[in-house]
Design a protein around this ligand. Sequence first.
Ligand code: IMP
Length: 423
Amino acid sequence: MNKVVVGAQWGDEGKAKITDLLAQDADLIIRYQGGCNAGHTVVVDNKTFKFHLVPSGILYEGKDCFIGAGTVILPEYFEEEVQGLINDGIDVSRLKVSPLASITMPYHTEVDGYTENTSTKGKIGTTKKGIGPTYTDKYARIGLKIQDLYSLDTLEEKLDVILPLKNKTLEKVYGLQPYTKEKVLELCQKYAKIFEPYVCFEWQELLEKSRNKKVLFEGAQGVMLDIDYGTYPFVTSSNPIGGGAATGSGFGPKMIDEVIGVAKAYVTRVGEGPFVTELSNEIGDRIREVGHEYGVTTGRPRRCGWFDAVTMRYAVLVGGLTTVALTKVDVFDRFDEIKVCTAYKDNRNGKIYKSYPTDVYMHKYLEPVYETHKGWNEDITGIREYSNLPENCRKYLARLEELLEVPVSIVSVGPDREQTIFK
Ligand code: IMP
């Protein structure tokens, strides 16, 4: 069984823990999109590991971990993350990077920082890790890939095309300093050393030999941040949806048997953009404090709100979800009431939306239609069997299954590996 783990909301759903659990049964774990904008936290035996790029499956001995062609990599960040793992005694010899992955250059982070700091209107609230500008260059066909670092003659040839274009934009549009060819070559030599132990020119053999093995595809961010299906333009620049696993990994779609959408029992979002069930009140503050909702990559407080079945049904559809893993259910242990949004109402004309309206500029006119569930007022963090969950909790989960029309097959009741219930 080959599985994809996808964020079903706006990222930070607790994918790392689910990926980590499923990695036990996988032979190869592939990260297929995004870059170091992601922040994945895994807790093992009370030790916290923070991942940005490296698949968390690296914590298991003997599993191959592959960073695929659909990713973008900021070399210094990659180096720091790998060094941190080495310092923690983790064997990183099984870590492999696709030569087709794109490189985030310093000018990408400069441009990301520039646009985010200067534009107030239309600000996206990015992680400022150069993600959008790197993907922009990739699709404009003026990006650099890791394989380019190991072929000096053709690299120079490429830079002769790329740099005049880049420098014109850097100077004229952003008022930033241009880059000389010497400077970029110097950077590329440094990057070549960073990636040398990990770049996998034999990736086709790696994928071929894994065809009959178990593969786990690890998504970053979430469906609602998908460049094509998310709350555009308040999105990331890649495809976190299940389909992205095929393009970003090098395997075809027939390799995928199951797509597990990870969602919190409520919703969080960092950065700008619409969020119909957002709670800008003491309930939102309470969810943030109980759920420790602060960004791993940026430390930003996350916006919090009730579970939104409208976006989730949409995520089931476009994300290709076959099942759901619901995390942070224990955050509601002391809540008397739990709400679930089942539809949106347009406050201009009373129109009810059950399907997700994709034009996000009209979301300011939408209000959530809620149903209210009774809380269970019990500590569930020690429960390991589904049947031992309090009745109100099981009722709540059953209602979500009914609304989403896919099973909630994993329930997470705490950060530790052990605090997981398989239905
Ligand atoms: P970018 O990916 O840095 O360009 O940021 C674009 C949007 O995606 C912003 O709203 C970010 O806050 C959001 N974002 C990017 N990565 C993550 C993540 O891993 N978790 C949650 N939000 C993210």
